[in-house]
Each structure stands twice: as structure tokens, then as C-alpha cells.
Design a protein around this ligand. Sequence first.
Ligand code: FPP
Length: 241
Amino acid sequence: MRETTKQTDGPDHVAIIMDGNGRWAQSRGRPRLFGHQAGGKRVREIVRACPELGIRYLTIFAFSTENWKRTQAEVSGLMMLFKRYIQKEAQALLEQGVCVRFIGDRDKLDPKLVEMMDALEKLTDQNDLVHLTIALNYGGRDEVARATKRLAQEVAAGRLDPDSVDETTLARFLDTCVLPDPDLVIRTSGEARISNFLLWQSAYAEYEFTPVLWPDFTADTFAEIVAKFSARDRRFGAVVG
Ligand code: FPP
């Protein structure tokens, strides 16, 4: 359980809803995929900025369970972009001390992409400087439903006593079971919604909604938001004297 303290340090775990790629591209008269490509470059920059900001865990929302409703061209363009990111960045991530994990339902993803995701996780699993979690075909409700299904299977098999089930038990079945809860959730592009992202895990997170579109989100913007967080009080539901 979390301690009830006044927060004076920076966030340990930052989660980001990277929004605004499409609008950024459209405002330049370019196709939406152009915005996603520009967004991919920001991912590299923001991951590199983490050690200096003292951020050990970074979780980014790359593709939601709802994003399949986009045009076929956009979906396949995004999938191509994820493959290219893994291919091009694997070595650099390894050398930068980044441990990469993916969360979300892999069943619907192209098996070739899943193979590349598995390989990147394995390649970087000894790293410990920054833990980068990429949410791909991820939805918070879907994650809780999948976790509940696995928990129910354990009960049915007689390996878990239903009377022992509490918050900690359920959390063990979530995709994020090895991660701490996020301290700060950032959403870019001016939308003030959480869109099914880390619903369970963000119970006590601070939120920051910035009007900056994701392809314009620089390491400096990131540092400013992190500094603002560090100045806030966090009480986790209690009164701190
Ligand atoms: C939301 O913007 C963004 C996405 C659905 C895709 C996020 C993907 C990237 C940033 C690409 C790179 C990621 C990795 C991991 C390499 P939007 O398209 O909904 O923007 P809009 O609201 O302006 O239309």
C-alpha cells in the first residue's frame, strides 16, 4: 500500500496519452499518418529525457482497443510504424538502459508484430534505468475483464480461495502487475478525458491536460510539466498535517 506523504520529489512513473497527431498533420494539409510519424520521433525524445528527470517508469498509450475503428489505411499505417520503431530503436533502447514492456491484448495483433514485441522485451529485460511500457491494443476495461477471467480460472481450478480475493489479488492479474501505479498522467492536445487508459492504476494519479499536440511535445514541455507536478501536494485521500 502507498504511504501517505507530501510529495516533494518528482514523479517515479509518468503515463502519457499521446493525442493530437491527426490534427497536427491536418493543420499542415498532410495525411494523418504524417502526424503519427512525427509523433514517433517525439516518443524517442521523451524516452531519452526520462533519466535526467528522474523518471524510472514511462507508460505510453500507442493504440487503444477502440482505435481499430479508424480507417484500414490508418490502422495498417500505425502497425507499420510500430514495427519500424521496434526495428530501428531496439539497439538504442538496449544501450540506453531501457527495459521495454508491452501491455494490452496481443491476440488481435499481427503475429509478426507480436514476435517483434516479444523479442524486444527479451532483449531489454536486464535493463533497469528506465522502464518503458507501450500500451498496444490496450483498454483499461478490457484489461480488468481479462484479469478477472484469469482470476476466475484460478478459483475454478481450486488454486485460489475466493474469500482471499482483494485489491492486491486482482492487481496481480493485470497486465501492469510488475509496475508501480502512475504518479502523473499527461494527456496532450487539450482533451480532458482519460479514454480507458490505466483506469485501475490511476486511482490516485495526478492529471495534467496540456493543449500541446503530441508531435509538438518536446523534452522541455515534458520537463515543465514534471516540475509543476513536483510542486503539488499529494494526500492519497488522507489529511496531511
Ligand atoms: C492519437 O492521436 C494518437 C494515436 C492513436 C497513435 C499514437 C501513436 C504514435 C505517437 C506513434 C508512435 C508510437 C510509437 C510507440 C512508436 P490522434 O490520431 O487521435 O490525433 P487527433 O485526435 O488529432 O486525430
